[in-house]
Write a protein that binds this ligand. Structure first.
Ligand SMILES: [Zn+2]
Ligand SMILES: [Zn+2]
Length: 332
């Protein structure tokens, strides 16, 4: 006789239970998100402490399991500016989803990875996030104009479809935004939020805002797109293979025929140091100075470049350029 009573008690509880559970799970979901965000803030602080101690690997590891938007954003910046791990940066900014500054930063990482078509698509997505008649962030219009400029100069190749999309994007920029383009400003990363107490989340000195002669502004990337900031490019001499060029053939003596007393051997090609690169296999990049695009140098850097150039021309002035003699050619 007890079973029906038990059912009568249980059934209303089950019927009422569902909405109560949903509300409860929503509350616990919010609680969990708040707890995650708080835990991630502690991870961000930890990452900054590792950055201060110049322990980059540990700084990245501190944020590895973080799940909040702010932590992923901070992680992306650390990857770009501190450890230059572009694939890591791409993943981190992608985790930030439709967050407009993250989309801009993702597009910049994609151009660095030579994925220019993807970058155009990413900026297109970013701009679809803008409210109607919303103001274009100055960073995005600068970056789109810069991509057009570099594409025209051959530094950022695009597929025909990508070119069309880029020109459409450029065409949709307000006239004053196009007019504000400055060819002497590099790629501009965007802060997590404009204004605010900590717009970049991590200290500005770790995103190009530190003291030193290479610094101009926070979040600016001035590295050369032609050599990717290495400062050197492959030797332009077509005959040059890792700094060596063919220099005829030579007889290699393998031994002496005891009966006749004559030497025997075989003919082998001989190489000499390349006269263009002096054997290095690479030459200074013509578009940059120490990896920084020539258009983007500070006054101080431009002066240093002029000094180097005049010293070089002075050196070469009186004497002929010395071409290293063939290496390894047997004396005859
Ligand atoms: Zn360069
Ligand atoms: Zn060479």
């Amino acid at each position: 006789m007890r079973r029906p009573i038990a059912l009568a008690v249980v059934v209303p509880f089950l019927l009422l239970g569902e909405p109560a559970d949903t509300a409860k799970s929503q509350v616990s979901g919010i609680d969990a998100a708040v707890a995650t965000a708080a835990a991630d803030e502690a991870k961000i602080e930890e990452a900054i402490r590792f950055l201060e101690a110049q322990q980059l690997v540990k700084a990245r590891e501190a944020l590895r399991d973080a799940k909040s938007l702010r932590a992923d954003f901070a992680c992306g910046l650390i990857y770009v500016f501190s450890s230059r791990d572009l694939r890591g940066a791409k993943n981190a900014f992608r985790r930030c989803g439709a967050h407009l500054p993250s989309l801009n930063n993702l597009a910049l990482v994609e151009t660095r990875l030579k994925q220019n078509n993807a970058a155009v698509d990413t900026w297109k997505t970013a701009l679809s996030q803008l409210p109607q008649n919303g103001k274009w962030p100055k960073e995005i219009s600068q970056n789109i104009c810069r991509l057009v400029h570099l594409w025209q100069n051959g530094a950022c190749p695009l597929s025909p479809g990508g070119q069309k999309k880029l020109l459409d994007l450029y065409g949709s920029l307000p006239v004053q935004a196009r007019g504000a383009y400055d060819p002497h400003v590099g790629w501009l990363y965007m802060p997590f939020q404009s204004g605010g107490k900590t717009p970049w989340i991590i200290p500005e000195k770790y995103i190009g805002g530190g003291e030193g002669e290479y610094v101009r502004r926070v979040g600016e990337d001035r590295l050369c797109m032609y050599c990717d900031g290495r400062g050197t490019v492959k030797c332009p001499n077509k005959q040059c293979n890792r700094g060596r060029v063919p220099a005829g053939k030579a007889m290699s003596v393998a031994g002496t025929d005891l009966a006749s007393g004559t030497s025997f051997g075989f003919v082998k090609p001989v190489f000499a140091a390349c006269p263009v690169c002096g054997g290095a296999g690479k030459v200074p990049c013509p578009y940059c100075w120490n990896g920084i695009e020539k258009d983007l140098l500070t006054e101080k850097e431009a002066a240093a470049l002029r000094g180097e150039q005049s010293a070089r021309s002075h050196q070469q002035g009186g004497q002929q350029q010395v071409i290293p003699g063939p290496a390894g050619v047997p004396a005859r």
